[in-house]
Every structure is written in structure tokens, then in C-alpha cells.
Design a protein around this ligand. Structure first.
Ligand code: 5GP
Length: 128
């Protein structure tokens, strides 16, 4: 695996404070903020602060502390927003796009958290 991280991507600029964001949670390792074009009533992006391009890059090269913090922040947001089914919430979807087939727009690893409405089945048929 060889990933080259582009530090001019939009989330790198958000992390440097060059572009504003609506922060939901910030820790030493992780930032969560509202998606600028929400596709559901709740649409939050969770990103590591480190320079990782996508999920497999993060999983391979981030520290255990970064990986644990990232997932705990995401889960805490689901709890705070009342969407976690374990506490009676109506549920949510997490997803992460990587590369061309998944149409990843921003080359800094991010997890989408979507909720607040029925989200339908996971995938639409491919548009050939
Ligand atoms: P991807 O397609 O890479 O999985 O998703 C990128 C997401 O970033 C999209 O949902 C898009 O709306 C969001 N996004 C792109 N630019 C900005 C921005 O400047 N601020 C915020 N908050 N979200 C952004």
C-alpha cells in the first residue's frame, strides 16, 4: 500500500483552521463536524487529525489510540444525538468512501454518520 497524502485537501484546510466548520466534537485525535451538503437531517463527518487518505490507510498506519478515539467519538455522537438503537433510537448509517469506484471526493479519511430519516437500502444499482 502506498498512499500520498495531499495536504491541500479541504479537510486538511479545515483542520488547520483555514476553512470554517460546524464542529460537533473535537478531541486530541479526532474532529467531527456537520457535512456542508447534508443528505439526511443528521449528517456528520468524523475525521482523524492525522494525514490518512482513506479507511485502509488509517487502519494500517494510525496508532491504536487514534483508532480507538475515532470510533469512540463516532459512537458517542450517535448516543448524544439519540439515534443509537441500543438506547431506543431509530438508527443510523456509517459509511466511508475510498477511491474511484466509491466516488471519494475528499482524500482525507472520513466516516459519514447519517440519520434522522429512513435511509433506504444500502446501495443503489450501479449507473453504467
Ligand atoms: P466523500 O464523497 O469524499 O465521501 O464525501 C465528502 C463529503 O464532504 C461530502 O458529503 C461533502 O458534502 C462534504 N464536504 C465537502 N466540502 C466540505 C466543506 O468544505 N465543509 C464541510 N463541512 N463538508 C464538506
Amino acid at each position: 500500500m502506498a498512499y500520498a497524502y495531499d495536504d491541500q485537501n479541504i479537510f486538511a484546510k479545515i483542520l488547520r483552521g483555514e476553512i470554517p466548520n460546524k464542529t460537533v466534537v473535537e478531541t486530541d485525535h479526532t474532529l467531527a463536524f456537520e457535512d456542508i451538503y447534508p443528505q439526511a437531517p443528521l449528517h456528520i463527518l468524523v475525521i482523524p487529525k492525522g494525514p490518512y487518505v482513506c479507511f485502509d490507510h488509517f487502519a494500517a498506519e494510525a496508532s491504536d489510540a487514534e483508532i480507538a478515539d475515532f470510533h469512540r467519538v463516532a459512537a458517542q455522537i450517535c448516543a448524544d444525538k439519540g439515534i443509537d438503537p441500543g438506547a431506543g433510537g431509530m438508527g443510523y448509517r456509517t459509511l466511508s468512501n475510498a477511491g474511484e469506484h466509491a466516488v471519494q471526493e475528499v482524500p482525507h479519511y472520513h466516516m459519514h454518520i447519517l440519520g434522522g430519516r429512513p435511509l433506504g437500502r444500502m446501495l443503489q444499482p450501479a449507473a453504467d
